[in-house]
Design a protein around this ligand. Structure first.
Ligand SMILES: *Cc1c(COP(=O)(O)O)cnc(C)c1O
Length: 522
């Protein structure tokens, strides 16, 4: 490049040799000084920084982050943390060493979700192959929309989605990876509306009857968000009752649908949950599917949490009937430890409904005169433009462990829940909210001061204050993390979830001991 510029320059020179030489030298000098003739990033310094940063990641986030002798979190009040981190962005840049110190501090004060004593969320743990996939994804930094820009990942996404569909029991269908289960649920609601009223894509909500959505009281709040977001309105959600284990009551679903009809609404969408977020309950899909069929409603199954049980031959019966769903949301980033985010939105339809529903046919991206088969440009199947590659981490992990390896992890999680539930029954002070159906173990810890006082008027009110108090102590100590919440008429209780294969019985015994230690004087 530079040479050819020089030769152009030389050819334009007058014949006089001296002038020519001078001109070349002057040109060289200009080149040396012209910053635009040099890269603006120092490649060597960049590589050195990355080497050291990777070392810090390996040591601080991966090794220490998964070491039981280290803390799960290093709690600081927001004001103190602001001071420690020096978050201010300034006009001049910071030296390399300072930047490495920042990396260390960022990791130090972040919660170690990979730690064997992190039980706070429905995701936890670290899978090395999935992590490698996440790093490759970040490094290659491409978008999933066309074959042109993501040939490997377009092919890979299709294979992974097909595999997930097979586990549901569909031999054909469609799907896409979405940024999270909430969006997968919202996509489902929109596709269902489009399928029922294809013109609404053009005419909007003005041309529609009042649409009604049905979901259980304990379903995920994204159904509310979706109804608000799509212009359906949260008033048009009919909440279906659940039994004492948190499962949708199909007879009440039918009652609610008839009620909606009698009020002049159009019941178009039923959301059933496989693995409710708090109790881990599975709605009875076969009966729910029968009701949907009778009323011509779209059946969406929110299996964001419980979908991974399909990998277990022993436990997949929990989702019996899922093959009758019109669409399914499934988050491998939760139980399977794929890493955030990895959420599949799957459809039974194979007529191109998803594409028709979302396509806008932008000609700058999805040119119709490409030199390859445009069926591989899947990016118009979503409301997104750029879309992150979410399939690689799951593919690498699945390839390395095999379906059987993933099944073992799922079975182990069930076994641990059983172990912990039995252990709690043998200890004074632990009271199960309900027998676990899945891997959510919900329980109250009753401190000695409250034991045997069930009859007291303020018993439940006082018990409701125990979990937040224990939580504060464990966070400040950094010994472990577990979530709590109230649910309906039940006061605050803990929800313990073990998905991390690094966890051992010793960690769970520690968990019980630690709850007792932290709560004994309350
Ligand atoms: C977690 C969860 C969601 C939401 O998934 P995100 O990826 O966090 O948006 C939806 N439904 C259920 C049942 C869930 O447990």
């Amino acid at each position: 490049m530079r040479l050819s510029q020089e030769s152009v320059c030389l050819s334009l020179l007058p014949a006089h040799r001296f002038t020519g030489l001078l001109c070349v030298l002057m040109y060289r000098g200009m080149m040396a000084e012209d910053p635009l003739c040099h890269p603006a990033l120092d490649q060597t310094a960049g590589e050195e920084f990355l080497q050291e940063a990777f070392q810090i990641i390996l040591e601080e986030a991966i090794r220490k982050g998964t070491d039981v002798t280290e803390k799960v979190c290093e709690w600081r009040e927001p004001h103190d943390l602001q001071q420690i981190l020096d978050l201010e962005l300034r006009s001049s840049g910071a030296p390399q060493q300072t930047m490495l110190d920042h990396c260390r501090d960022i990791i130090r004060y972040s919660v170690k979700t990979c730690h064997p004593r992190f039980f706070n969320q429905l995701f936890s743990g670290l899978d090395p192959h999935a992590l490698a996939g996440r790093m490759i994804t970040e490094t290659l930094n491409t978008s999933q929309y066309t074959y042109e820009i993501a040939p490997v990942f377009v092919l890979m996404e299709e294979v992974v989605l097909k595999k997930l569909r097979e586990l549901i029991g569909w031999d054909s269908g469609d799907g896409i990876f979405c940024p999270g289960g909430s969006l997968s649920n919202i996509y489902a609601m929109n596709v269902a509306r489009y399928q029922r009223f294809p013109d609404s894509k053009r005419t909007g909500i003005w041309a529609l009857p009042r649409l009604a959505v049905f979901t259980s009281q304990e379903s995920h709040y994204s159904v509310q968000k979706g109804a608000a977001f799509l212009g359906i309105g949260t008033d048009n959600i009919y909440l279906v009752s659940v039994d004492e284990r948190g499962k949708m009551i199909p007879a009440d679903l039918e009652r609610q649908i008839n009620k909606a009809k009698s009020e002049g609404a159009c019941p178009f969408f039923v959301n059933a949950t496989c693995g409710t977020t708090v109790l881990g309950a599975f709605d009875p899909l076969v009966d729910v599917a029968d009701v949907c069929k009778r009323h011509g409603a779209w059946l969406h199954v929110d299996a964001a949490w419980g979908g991974s049980a399909l990998l277990s031959r022993k436990h997949r019966h929990l989702l019996d009937g899922i093959e009758r769903a019109d669409s399914v949301a499934w988050n491998p980033h939760k139980m399977l430890m794929t890493g955030l985010q990895c959420s599949a939105f799957l459809l039974r339809d194979s007529s191109g409904l998803l594409q028709r529903c979302y396509c806008a046919n932008a000609t700058y991206l999805f040119q119709t005169d490409k030199f390859y088969d445009m069926a591989y440009d899947t990016g118009d199947k979503t409301v997104q433009c750029g879309r992150k590659v979410d399939c690689l981490k799951l593919w690498l992990m699945w390839k390395a462990n095999g379906t059987e390896g993933l099944e073992k992890r799922v079975d182990r999680a069930f076994e641990f829940t059983r172990y912990l539930a039995d252990a709690m029954k043998g200890r004074e002070g632990f009271l199960l909210v309900t027998e676990p159906e899945f891997i959510n173990l919900c329980f109250w810890f009753v401190p000695a001061s409250l034991r045997g006082k069930q009859g007291c008027a303020d018993y439940w009110e006082r018990l409701g204050k125990v979990a937040p108090a224990i939580k504060e102590r464990m966070m400040k100590k950094g010994s472990m993390m577990v979530g709590y919440q109230p649910l309906g008429s039940r006061v605050n209780f803990f929800r313990q979830v073990v998905t991390n294969p690094m966890v051992t019985k010793q960690d769970l015994d520690f968990f019980l001991d630690e709850i007792e230690r932290l709560g004994k004087d309350l």
